[in-house]
Design a protein around this ligand. Sequence first.
Ligand code: ADP
Ligand code: MG
Length: 381
Amino acid sequence: MNDALRTAFAAVHGGRPEGIWAAPGRVNLIGEHTDYNDGFALPVALAQTTRLAARRRTDGRLRLHSAQAGGPVVDLAVADLTPGAVTTWAAYPAGVVWALGEAGHRTGGADLHFDSTVPTGAGLSSSAALECAVARAYDDLHGLGLGPPALARIAQRAENAFAGVPCGVMDQMASSCCAAGAALHLDVRAGSHEHVPFDPEAAGLRLLIVDTRVTHDLGDGAYAALRAGCERACALLGLAALRDLSPDQLPRAERMLPARLRPLVRHVVTENARVAEAVAHLKAGRVAELGPILNSAHASLRDDYRVSCPETDLAVDSAVAAGALGARITGGGFGGCVIALVAADRAEQMGAAVTAAFRGAGYREPHLIPVTAAPGARRIE
Ligand code: ADP
Ligand code: MG
């Protein structure tokens, strides 16, 4: 596989790369819409990765090419990188080089060629994989010694400030910091993380992603409105972030809020509690206990946060009807992916049932992606 990447690098840039790096996509087990509320999440890195063949240049040019984007090489001057200047896919990788420079680190030009198995725009963080591959490659090539969490923050800054996408830090932390066989318990406010064992196969289970392959356009505006709603609730409650509200304080807080904000607050508070519950079960090796937690999370995202849609509801309902222990929408919402936890010997049947349900509803056939907890961004050659 890496030979094909070297051949492609040679065809695009000529000669040989100095090395090859890989950064994974991610799926979030639990803790949705909590990262921008200073809360908790529990993502897992996927076996699907974005690989990067890279070689430094001495003339300050940044030359980017991607097998997925195709087209000619994007040729930029590192010295001219500025937010808003790049509006194509190249904004994500170029943004990382910019963010490194902004943070006072050594950077420079490079020839970069990407090839990825992470589905793009499906909510599995192909953008973070792209960024984290570049961050890790620059860290190695320039001997920056930054380490995975710092590289994740550089990658997030690239996406927020350079590419102009207001995402939280979960995606980049997952792609940068995950470990094989583990989920990443993330405390966004503390900026800390912990690896929690996650091995469904050892428990006779499978975690399956159902990619519905739909995205509803209301996505972007709705995300901003939800964030704004959370901020408004904090202002009314006199809190720094919704993370500061415990489930016991919820009834009193709800009485202080206008009706439209109550369900938002309810979701965030109960979701943070679900992360803690899931982590306790995983630490005790009770992977199957994740099932009911996924079901409650889906109900909360559907009824309180209202980010589900007919396709994701059908995926969840048909998975559960076919024997899944639990299922929920994952990612920002309004389409994208569902995860389902199922006994290994029922996984195939469940996948077939979900596919049949989609066909019956006249939807596009979903993609089924089995999850194995993979490592974060790394040099592979
Ligand atoms: P997600 O991160 O969930 O996949 P985003 O909308 O955040 O969805 O990021 C998808 C975008 O990232 C693509 O539209 C493209 O601009 C860029 N991207 C991701 N992977 C690649 C790749 N391998 N080659 C080129 N662009 C990519
Ligand atoms: Mg993304």
